[in-house]
Design a protein around this ligand. Sequence first.
Ligand SMILES: Cc1ncc(COP(=O)(O)O)c(C=O)c1O
Length: 421
Amino acid sequence: MNGAAADTLALTGGEPVLGTLAPVDWPRTTDADRAAVLSVLDSNVLVSDRTGGPTAVERLERAWADYLGVRRCVGVSNGTTAIELALLAHGVGPGDEVVVPALTFVATAMAVVHVGATPRYADVDPVTFTMSARSLAAQITGRTKAVVPVHLHGLSADMEAIGDIARRHGCVVIEDAAQAQGARYRDTLCGASGNTATFSLQMTKNLPTCGEGGLVVTDDDGVADRIVQLRQFGETIRADRPRRYVSHRLGFNAKLSNVQAAYTASQLERFEEYHAARRSNVAAFLARLEHLDGLLCPAEPEGYEHAWHILRFVVDLGRLLPGVDTATARNLLIRALRAEGLPATRYQMMPVPEQPALRSICPQEPGSWPVTQDVVDRSFTLQQRHLPPDAGPLLQNFADVLEKVWSHLKVLAELAEGADR
Ligand SMILES: Cc1ncc(COP(=O)(O)O)c(C=O)c1O
């Protein structure tokens, strides 16, 4: 145990392990990224509907399709739109049901609602936090048209089990890989299985842009062609002829900009290097935490390669702070960690179907997601600070914080008792 652990908790007036909450240093913008963006600005080819390509968007689409080894990639305005357009391109619409996990970012479910379909929610696995195949099977009805597994936090969902169930019921699988660039399932990169998959390039993601962006990948030319039309008012733009302004289907303006694409293409050049550094930094961090009783660290099951987009820790609060109600214990623990400089946050305060915006259109009983509820109640997350390749020393400081707080659980229990009174 290091010296810091013996000190008083910062929450009760002691010296914090880290002076202040570490700033977010992501994305990392290099001179190469700046040059890529400037060259788009200087070219004046700023949007992707320009005839006469190849545009920066087309170059990124080719590079990401090649990286994954899939036939097609289509750049769109963000990861939410990517899911919406993928659903529409597969013919999902009013009257259809789509199964999504109850633990995800709200956008997965909102995309379903925005295309006029109804989301049903599968519970998640308590260790991987991704869609439980058994719960998925229980949610499929005669109206289910699609399943959207989410590779949450950078860990692939169990695609074999989910794919089997979807096939048996004639449902299309659209992978929400917004958080999972570089993650693998049985040696296959997420998004590379030939299913339609969607990615977000929003600036917090492992492969970021300098703002908002999204990508859809698929081996199905029909799906890709429909998405190309859907993002551009339903038109077909061809490089070899002037724009005709004919809309073949009801579309959107959902294009990715060339500035955004050039930045991401430049980031892609060092994506593998960052991914490898992150894996090694996070592995060393998690190894430091193994001895902390009652702390369930994020897992990387056999056959999976985690992209470590978000780190979620589930705490056995009943064991650590016995007799204290769950919300009081969790909030106190998070306050103690943050006071030491560890930027612990809650990610998703409630199961997605219980979001105020979605509650009234949920076809299921409240409380149908006990595992999701339990994970949300008893966990905290770390986000973004661990993404840069040189975050290793910072993560070691984070481990110091966790060790220190764990060695003062008695003090927390006393504080909790005071709060309860
Ligand atoms: C799981 C998941 N799906 C979809 C999205 C939506 O992506 P965007 O923010 O690019 O619209 C996000 C964004 O964080 C996400 O985490």
